[in-house]
Design a protein around this ligand. Sequence first.
Ligand code: DCP
Ligand code: MG
Ligand code: MN
Length: 347
Amino acid sequence: CDNKEVQRRNGPNEFIAKKLDELRELHKAKPGQENYWRVYSYNKCIRAVRNHHKPIISLKEARLVRGVGEKTALKIMEIVETGDLRRIKWENTADVSIGKLFQGIYGVGQTTAIMWYAAGCRTLEDLKAGKGGVVLTPAQKIGIQFYDDINDRMPREEAKALFELIKPIALSIDPKLEIQIMGSYRRSKADCGDIDIMITRCPKDGTTHAGILHHLLKALHARKIITEDLAMPENPFGDEAIYRGLCRLPQFGSRRRRIDFLTIPYSSRGAALLYYTGDDIFNRAMRLKANKLGYSLNQKGLFAGVVRDPRNRSKKTNEGTLVASETEEQIFKILEVPFQQPHERVR
Ligand code: DCP
Ligand code: MG
Ligand code: MN
């Protein structure tokens, strides 16, 4: 499948990338804007280091890697010279490692993790016991019960097998449904954190896919393919809905895997496909390009004339007009970006 990626991970600087990645993961678990930007900058660095085809052996060479600044160059040299990075140990204090552990629970972010730590919880057992008055939501309980399953990635083949099990069941409900996998699978990754499935349907015969998710989920529960629900759609009878849950292959001993279903109006399938195929860094670059040209891009489409409240950028004072949303190609074209195949859209 993804030879380029496998090649990249077997490069001469992989040991450097791995150490920087460890540090990145620690900053990811920490709160604050400064850590957010550190993660962003490490993402770029790690990618550049992996793409560097020659072994990095000098400070001068480290500095020449794109996206690597002075401070990171020094870290790279420490790794090259000692095989380790002391900063990792310093950053890995109890609150950070426990915060990381708690954030591995489905749906738990920094705020909740910090709150639980402050309540005196240090282990998953503490949380289950309700130490310090902690009350878990049903999804968090499932997140703890299947902690390892949810945090491990599945081989691409398993995602494929699950999809091939689910697709005919969906088509048996309505043979005209369009159903496909997005996310890392569509980007040809060798392993997937979850399965992201899009469902839509051409409405030109007067019928839409509205309500399909309700029937599909029922059928998948009945066959024990979907085993737990994490987040139900707000309106399972509409044509726009998101479901998150756990699924498994019927084989004995199969593990729980994360699955997301997304149903979207047929007219916005291109924009949704583009967004949910990712990756998130690629999406950010596309949004930036759109903004530069005076557009606004999201999972529903490419819009012109969107006006935002200058005091609150997330609030729109003008919704703008839809420019493109039906196909990925249209959006690329208007943004003057050469079309990139899904496997090329990687950090
Ligand atoms: N996405 C995004 N920004 C986010 C979350 C998601 O742009 N904060 C988009 C890009 C992702 C896609 O949605 O590629 C699917 O989200 P996933 O979390 O399922 O990520 P991937 O499928 O890319 O990776 P994984 O294999 O970890 O599931
Ligand atoms: Mg995914
Ligand atoms: Mn997903």
